[in-house]
Design a protein around this ligand. Sequence first.
Ligand code: PGA
Length: 260
Amino acid sequence: MEVIICRDAAEVAHVAADVFEEYVRGPRPTTFGLATGSTPVALYRELIRRHKEEDLSFAGITVFLLDEYVGLPRDHEQSYYRTIRREFTEHVDLNDDEVHSPDGRADNPGDAARAYDESIKQAGGVDVQLLGIGTDGHIGFNEPGSSLASRTRIKTLHPQTIEDNARFFDSPDDVPVHVLTQGLGTISEARHVVLLATGEGKAEAIAAAVEGPVSAFSPGSALQLHPHVTVIVDEEAASKLKFGKYYRFAYEHKPEWQRF
Ligand code: PGA
């Protein structure tokens, strides 16, 4: 696991954009796993800027979103179907048909979840998966207690997550209680995972994910079993890491050839 500690949120977005740019400019079409929430917004802005000012083309890229609320109409402003389009994909040359998300309106959410998991496999899997982390340590919407082997399925949000996400809705009562989310097992099949976190509110979750024991009660810690993870955090989100000095030392001495 590589941990990159940045000065601030702007630098987090910049370094993360460098990772994604490397894939986009790589030799073959890439499949992105994308996340919604506040943390990736600055990264998406930077990628849009590079598209407009530096000819970074996303043509040929396929996208799979991590999760979706159950019961929100697709065109609801807070559905993740809409959010990823508003925040990122409709501002670049990504083919809208190639932007996939779980169907939160399906009559049978269990079937929709299994079909989504299968569609990721059929597409050849995710090359680079972007993640945020919840204050309670969730990745995707895998709340504490999620099986480390879980697949895409329906989950019940923790009241803390509902409270955290209420800022996007008129009232906490409007936040759906259920979601479809890629499981920890599904996420772990991505070939490269990039986890972003900014702000002090994420410090405990980051310390538990990176340095705590591997445990279903710290869903981000599942990434310790993954061979290729890049954690990009600002100083505040890094503030509870015990090995911060070492991560800085390693990054300062990173060989040029190693890339991400
Ligand atoms: P945030 O959410 O980026 O809005 O803080 C992260 C998450 O819940 O995974």
